[in-house]
Design a protein around this ligand. Structure first.
Ligand code: PLP
Length: 424
């Protein structure tokens, strides 16, 4: 977090947790952070500020309130730029989330591609980073290639050279899987992409909630993420792009606030980011996102990541001991974050989540997590997923493990009384 200076204090999960009003309920063990993270008071206050004190449209007004709203909106853009180390706030395009950021890119950058050009994605992608490219392939004759994953749910980078062909124009990969928790080796991806002249986009929806990044040091071209997974509001997300690339991209949506001049015959579009932000933007959510990233910038992420790794290790170690339980994802803590998906043979993952909620107050998520091809590749239709955040505690993990122990014993009893040999 070099350019933010030092975090304001050393990491302590309990005091971080105390900043989140919803987590004051001792009966709630919230472990669904990969779907949506909770919001600290300071961000709730910033979200309320727009509607209470600054509510005006951000474009065109010259009165005091409108100027205040525009200043707050643009200072949120600057906060995003600082957090991801963009070269300038003009490289930050506000969207409604990761999904809308990738759709924007697939239409706008996609409009620059020719028939026969290629886009490389992977087997690990969320549907948000699969379907917009599939649509682009259908729309423009672009060829979509898929990098396979390894058996433990990481990108199979040994197959990168064979999948990345000379016509590849964009490598669009997850920075971290929302199912397996696997982190992407960005240096390797960027080096291979550069060798064929392709641009690189990372889907940061799951990675950014775990600490600041430096888009310039990563050497990538585009980065996308959602506010609600980064301790901020829903309805806001970001497409970051290098200024020189955004400058070449035609608008995806057209309408108000994104032109320099329109006549009966012609239109001259504004420069990015406004060209890519047609209509009234989500002003309050953008201000909330700015506050959330400023809150994140004050956290000691080295300490937070050590804490998350320790809790993840506790979960993985216990899951490895339970009969019939299979973890879907890498076991090496250097290759993953605290998103742990698993299957318990013979128990529907939705039933696992119901039981953990009712009996232990643990909030988990079950299903295919908008990554059906990935879950299907493991021979499954769904998995249960526990996902950690800096405010997760040992008590949360204790409740999860107690619940899983109880389910595993019930399963053993059922299997034994039915006379079947328990699957291990
Ligand atoms: N990409 C990944 C890796 C995700 O985990 C998610 C949501 O869970 C998305 C994209 C889509 O994000 P959103 O629904 O905020 O647009």
């Amino acid at each position: 977090m070099a350019r933010h200076g030092q975090p304001s204090r050393a990491f302590d999960a309990a005091s971080v947790r105390a900043e989140f009003p919803i987590l004051s309920d001792p009966g709630l063990h919230y472990l669904d952070n990969a779907a949506i993270a909770q919001i600290p008071t300071v961000v709730l206050d910033a979200m309320g500020l727009f509607d209470r004190e600054l509510r005006a449209n951000v474009h065109g007004g010259v009165y005091r309130l409108a100027c205040g709203a525009l200043a707050a909106y643009e200072s949120a853009r600057a906060a995003v730029a600082r957090f991801i180390h963009a070269q300038s706030p003009a490289e930050v395009v506000f969207t409604y989330g990761t999904t809308s950021a990738i759709n924007l890119l697939a239409h706008s950058f996609g409009a620059l591609l020719q028939e026969g050009d290629e886009v490389l994605i992977s087997q690990l992608e969320h549907h948000s980073n699969l379907l917009p490219w599939r649509q682009l392939a259908e729309r423009r004759g672009v060829v979509l290639r898929t990098l396979p994953m390894t058996q433990d749910g990481r990108l199979d980078l040994d197959r990168l050279e064979e999948t990345l062909r000379p016509r590849c124009r964009l490598v669009a990969l997850t920075h971290c899987s929302n199912v397996t928790g696997a982190l992407t080796d960005v240096d390797r991806v960027v080096a291979a992409a550069r060798a064929v002249g392709a641009k690189v986009m990372l889907d940061g929806a799951q990675r950014l909630p775990h600490g600041a990044i430096d888009v310039q040091a990563l050497g990538i071209d585009f980065y996308v993420f959602s506010g609600h997974k980064c301790y901020g509001p829903t309805g806001i997300g970001v497409l970051w792009g290098k200024a020189e690339l955004l400058a070449t991209m035609p608008p995806f949506m057209t309408g108000g606030q994104m032109i320099r001049r329109v006549t009966a015959e012609a239109v001259d579009y504004a420069d990015p980011p406004r060209r890519l932000e047609a209509g009234t933007p989500p002003i309050g959510p953008a201000i909330g996102l700015g506050a959330a990233l400023e809150w994140m910038a004050r956290l000691d992420w080295d300490g937070a990541q050590r804490h998350e790794r320790r809790l993840t290790q506790r979960v993985l170690a216990r899951l490895a001991e339970l009969p019939g339980v299979r973890v879907v994802g890498p076991l090496d803590l250097c290759e993953r974050i605290g998103v742990v998906s698993f299957d318990i043979a013979g128990i529907d993952p939705t039933e696992v989540c119901r039981a953990l909620d009712r009996r232990h107050g643990v909030a988990l998520r079950a299903g295919y997590h908008c990554a059906q091809p990935l879950v299907a590749a493991f021979g499954l239709t769904g998995v249960a997923r526990a996902s950690l955040a800096p405010y997760s505690t040992d008590a949360d993990v204790d409740a999860l493990l107690e619940g899983l122990d109880a389910l595993a014993s019930e399963r053993c009893r059922l299997v034994t009384s039915s006379g079947a040999a328990p699957a291990s």
